[in-house]
Design a protein around this ligand. Structure first.
Ligand SMILES: Nc1ncnc2c1ncn2[C@@H]1O[C@H](COP(=O)(O)OP(=O)(O)OP(=O)(O)O)[C@@H](O)[C@H]1O
Ligand SMILES: [Mg+2]
Length: 181
């Protein structure tokens, strides 16, 4: 099978405003230009449809991640590069997704977009850090809700020290190294 037809799930985990979505779309563009089939399963859109009704408790966050992992696995098993820029704060939820992929023999890569909270809270794309600071919101990942950083990700991206294109290039290099691009 050609590398272009080889599906895989690439999960980008990290804090709100870390750069997950931005980097995923930059990678998607490069992969599409190379002839890959790509789907981006973005957290916000998923929560509007597939996970409508779920909240932000530990149990609901876990359900959200497992559902997304299930769909990504289906896509990846059928030749799609499924890019998943979703916070996924809990290590055991992420491990469950990885195991499902392993059992199915579907390639799975975990990427930690490791922008520190000090930088994320300044970027604050959705104004969540400001709302939390103002007492208008609780349970913000990395501030007053847990974020369990991956201990051994396939790649860690310092998205506060390098530009978006550099991060996308690093991801492409990883895919190429693993025989996926
Ligand atoms: N080096 C960089 N890499 C990635 N994003 C950067 C970088 N420098 C600045 N940014 C900006 O930081 C913001 C990151 O927002 P983005 O929506 O990608 O974060 P996210 O991790 O998807 O957050 P959320 O979990 O809330 O969806 C964007 O506005 C992006 O342009
Ligand atoms: Mg996002």
């Amino acid at each position: 099978m050609s590398l272009r037809g080889q599906g895989a799930t690439i999960w980008l985990t990290g804090l709100p405003s870390a750069g997950k979505t931005t980097i995923a779309y930059a990678l998607a563009e490069r992969l599409r230009a190379d002839g890959h089939r790509v789907e981006v399963l973005d957290g916000d859109e998923i929560r509007e449809f597939l996970s409508a009704g779920l909240g932000f408790s530990r149990a609901d966050r876990d359900t959200n991640v497992r559902r997304i992992g299930y769909v990504a696995g289906l896509l990846a098993a059928n030749g799609v590069k499924a890019l998943v820029p979703v916070i996924a704060p809990y290590a055991d939820s992420r491990a469950a997704v990885r195991e499902r992929h392993q059992k199915a023999g579907t390639p799975y890569l975990e990427v930690h977009v490791a922008t520190p909270v000090e930088v994320c809270s300044v970027r604050d794309v959705k104004g969540l850090y400001a709302k939390q600071a103002a007492g208008e919101l609780t349970g913000l990942t990395g501030v007053d809700d847990p974020y369990e950083a991956p201990a051994a990700p396939d790649l860690r991206i310092a998205a506060h020290e390098q530009g978006v294109h550099e991060s996308a290039a690093a991801l492409l290099a990883l895919l190429s190294e693993r025989g996926l691009a």
